[in-house]
Design a protein around this ligand. Structure first.
Ligand SMILES: Nc1ncnc2c1ncn2[C@@H]1O[C@H](COP(=O)(O)OP(=O)(O)OP(=O)(O)O)[C@@H](O)[C@H]1O
Ligand SMILES: [Mg+2]
Length: 411
């Protein structure tokens, strides 16, 4: 009896060294930034991309590259909204340095002495959080403490590592993400004055989007490279599928690869969910995923993606924005022009634009150009079309129901 290999498609697990594909331009830029840091000029790099597009996978890959380059890497991930102050954020970063040291010492990658020195830095930082400071200084203290910590850490690490890399994933999840970003910029800007060899990589949904001017201008200059992560192209989709299936005996027909690319638009999360189901449902004695088999599961795939991905996205919108979204889904053009949208609604542009802005902010729509919009995924548009209209705007519907039952106006 042949045993089926474990399913290589798990949408909630980032790509590994063996399964990572594509992103050549993003890897090239990272290597350049790393060499800046190794030569004593601190650098910043920001990764921006929508849900499930591959941000964490890219950071994991960066981590591997930096380790090969003999760098000390701290990757702070899965930020929770509890981290709601600069002080907590600062402590979280320092704790992550310590945890990393701990881990590396247990693997004999650093010695006890190194770990003890870092431990001492944390103790020093705790002492600096003195209650004697006046209110004015309490505000500034976390920035000074963290800067001193990173600077001192980099000095300890210098003889042993070529650079220190700090990566912070999911920054957009924090309340006051912008305040946290300014805080990080402040620290790294100051570190550049002492030629500390460190690199800061941040990532999140729509990070730094539209923050080029005003108080954000210095931030934008520091993170001069904002990498916008996109869907896979057909070649990357093909590589993604073949690389993962390599670990199994299962093959895909070429027309299925093409169809998968068309339907998923090369979105890494959507692609992974589709393949997870196709692989999972394949009988043990079958080794080929052909077009007919794909079609038999098309609706199951759509249902699964809707439940895990589209529903939460849709539910995050306000009733007014949802109503606009449904109307847009009914319009069968791929590119939606603002002027047409306005006339479709028979309202003023100023009434519609806040909803469009919300839909872009919540990743339901892409703004592809001035006044031009697109659904973030064609399957999402299909999902929106299928929504029960009574869920869209309960206020309006209930008024209509009242009218239908004759219980109008008096109530
Ligand atoms: N470059 C890649 N190579 C191979 N697989 C990838 C790549 N990028 C993403 N994937 C796969 O796509 C799925 C989503 O990736 P990942 O978790 O990295 O996205 P994300 O942008 O961090 O998502 P979220 O917005 O939920 O944090 C995972 O299953 C991952 O393995
Ligand atoms: Mg992620």
């Amino acid at each position: 009896m042949t045993e089926k290999a474990p399913n290589p498609f798990n949408p909630s697990v980032p790509a590994t060294l063996r399964t990572f594909v594509g992103r050549e331009p993003e890897l090239k830029i990272f290597r350049q930034k790393l060499s800046f840091a190794e030569n004593g000029s601190p650098a910043g790099l920001a990764i921006s991309g929508d849900w499930g597009i591959g941000k964490t996978s890219l950071l994991v890959k960066y981590e591997m590259i930096a380790k090969e380059e003999n760098c000390f890497v701290v990757r702070v991930g899965t930020l929770s909204p509890d981290i709601d102050t600069i002080k907590k954020f600062s402590r979280l970063i320092m704790t992550n340095f310590l945890l990393k040291c701990n881990q590396m010492r247990s693997l004999s990658l650093i010695d006890e002495n190194f770990e003890a020195k870092v431990n001492q830095l944390i103790l020093d930082a705790n002492k600096k959080e003195s209650p004697l400071l006046t209110d004015r200084f309490v505000e500034a203290a976390p920035a000074i403490i963290l800067r001193d910590f990173i600077e001192a850490f980099c000095k300890i690490a210098k003889g042993k590592f070529n650079a220190t890399v700090l990566m912070i994933d999911e920054l957009d999840r924090l309340n006051n993400a912008e305040g946290h970003l300014m805080f990080l910029r402040e620290i790294f800007q100051r570190l550049s004055e002492s030629n500390t060899n460190c690199l800061l990589v941040i990532s999140g949904r729509k990070i730094l989007l539209g923050k080029t001017g005003g108080e954000f201008a210095p931030l934008y200059r520091f993170f001069d490279q904002i990498l916008h992560i996109r869907n896979f192209d057909l070649k990357e989709t093909d590589q993604f599928l073949k690389l993962r299936l390599n670990e199994t005996k299962v093959k895909l027909d070429d027309d299925v690869i093409k169809k998968l690319f068309d339907e998923t638009e090369g979105h890494p999360y959507v692609l992974t969910v589709a393949m997870m189901i196709l692989y999972q449902e394949l009988p043990e004695d079958k080794k080929l995923i052909n077009f007919e088999y794909y079609q038999s599961l098309e609706e199951t795939i759509f249902f699964q993606i809707s439940e895990t991905f589209f529903k939460p996205t849709f539910k995050s919108t306000t009733p007014g924005a949802r109503e606009v979204l449904v109307k847009l889904a009914e319009n069968d053009k791929e590119i939606l022009e603002f002027s047409e949208v306005v006339s479709q609604f028979g309202k003023y542009g100023s009434e519609i634009s806040p909803y469009l802005a919300e839909l872009v902010r919540k990743s339901c729509l892409f703004r592809i150009d001035r006044g031009k919009y697109k659904f973030f995924h064609k399957l999402f548009r299909r999902f929106v079309l299928k929504q029960d209209k009574s869920l869209i705007n309960p206020r309006k519907i209930s008024r209509k129901r009242r009218e239908d039952t004759g219980a109008t106006k008096l109530s």
